[in-house]
Design a binder for this molecule. Structure first.
Ligand SMILES: NC(=O)c1ccc[n+]([C@@H]2O[C@H](COP(=O)([O-])OP(=O)(O)OC[C@H]3O[C@@H](n4cnc5c(N)ncnc54)[C@H](OP(=O)(O)O)[C@@H]3O)[C@@H](O)[C@H]2O)c1
Length: 257
């Protein structure tokens, strides 16, 4: 069976996607920074499904990390037919108060790495009968979000990049899907330092990573360009499209302040 490569597979949505793809009988290549969590995920998956799992601990925010990941796959002749660009993190607060180095790390992980991996892996993906790219975006891509400034802009990039790439690859064996989760029960919000107001609201609307992963993988196999996880999140994106930008920006900005 061809391999599915998943970034940020040590926990959260990426780990849930790994389980989902193992359920579809894919062999797996997992990467993230935490070697112990990757090993645990690999053992859990192997116990539950009869698939092969390899993992590579790697900090993708380091320069040349994408090339290292590609070399690992190429040198081992892993026949990759699914690329899931999931690793990402958020930063909340005033743009001018966030360390420039943190902002650069976010741009590296959320924008540069998925772009580099798509570019590096397309030739490998073309060698398989049918291949898929699944890029993990966010509902924050559907409007500018003050106090989540660079994060929401990074996800808007992923949305536009994925849709354009899907068209460019429409005559090939590669289908591109962009999955936008809304609040999901993972470590993301805590690590993004979003504050109590957002955490309390997220508790009411949080979806499980398993549900988000199932929606994303279903959309990927259906070759859909874009999917927003869950009805409430779809409604939110529709309202953001319908209402004046300045109203939407003021409302979301108040929430994160
Ligand atoms: N949770 C939400 O509410 C939500 C909503 C919309 C979109 N998303 C998006 O969904 C994706 C997954 O996030 P999540 O919610 O599952 O968050 P999470 O639980 O924090 O997981 C993030 C994953 O990315 C990995 N990662 C972080 N920094 C990394 C680095 N420098 N190098 C390599 N791997 C790194 C983490 O593993 P290590 O720490 O082991 O490296 C982990 O596996 C992200 O792109 C996020 O922006 C999340």
């Amino acid at each position: 069976m061809p391999y599915a490569l998943i970034t940020g597979a040590s926990k959260g949505i990426g780990k849930a996607i790994a389980f989902e793809l193992a359920n579809h009988k894919y062999d797996l290549l997992l990467t993230a920074r935490s070697a112990d969590l990757l090993q645990l995920a690999a053992e859990e998956i192997k116990k539950q499904y009869s698939v092969t799992v390899h993992f590579l601990p790697l900090d993708l925010s380091e320069l040349n990390a994408s090339q290292k990941l590609f070399n690992w796959c190429a040198e081992n002749n892993f026949p990759v037919s699914v690329l899931v660009n999931n690793a990402g993190f958020g930063l909340s607060g005033f743009f001018e108060k966030i360390l420039l180095s943190e902002t650069m790390d976010l741009l590296q992980l959320n924008i540069l790495v998925p772009t580099q991996l798509c570019r590096l892996f397309i030739p490998l993906l073309k060698q398989q009968t049918q291949s898929y790219i699944l890029n993990i975006c966010s509902t924050s891509a559907y409007q500018a979000v003050p106090m989540l400034n660079v994060y929401s802009a990074s996800k808007a990039y992923i949305l536009r990049f994925s849709r354009a790439l899907k068209h460019e690859l429409s005559d090939t064996n590669i289908s591109v899907t962009c999955l936008s989760p809304g609040p999901t029960d993972t470590d993301w919000a805590k690590n993004a330092n979003v504050g109590d107001k957002v955490l309390k609201m997220a508790d009411k609307f949080n979806m499980s990573p398993q549900k988000v992963a199932a929606i994303g993988i279903r959309a990927m196999f259906k070759k859909r360009a874009e999917v927003i996880a869950g009805f409430t999140n779809k409604l939110g994106a529709f309202m953001a499209w319908l209402l004046p930008d300045s109203f939407v920006e003021k409302t979301t900005g108040k929430l994160y302040k």
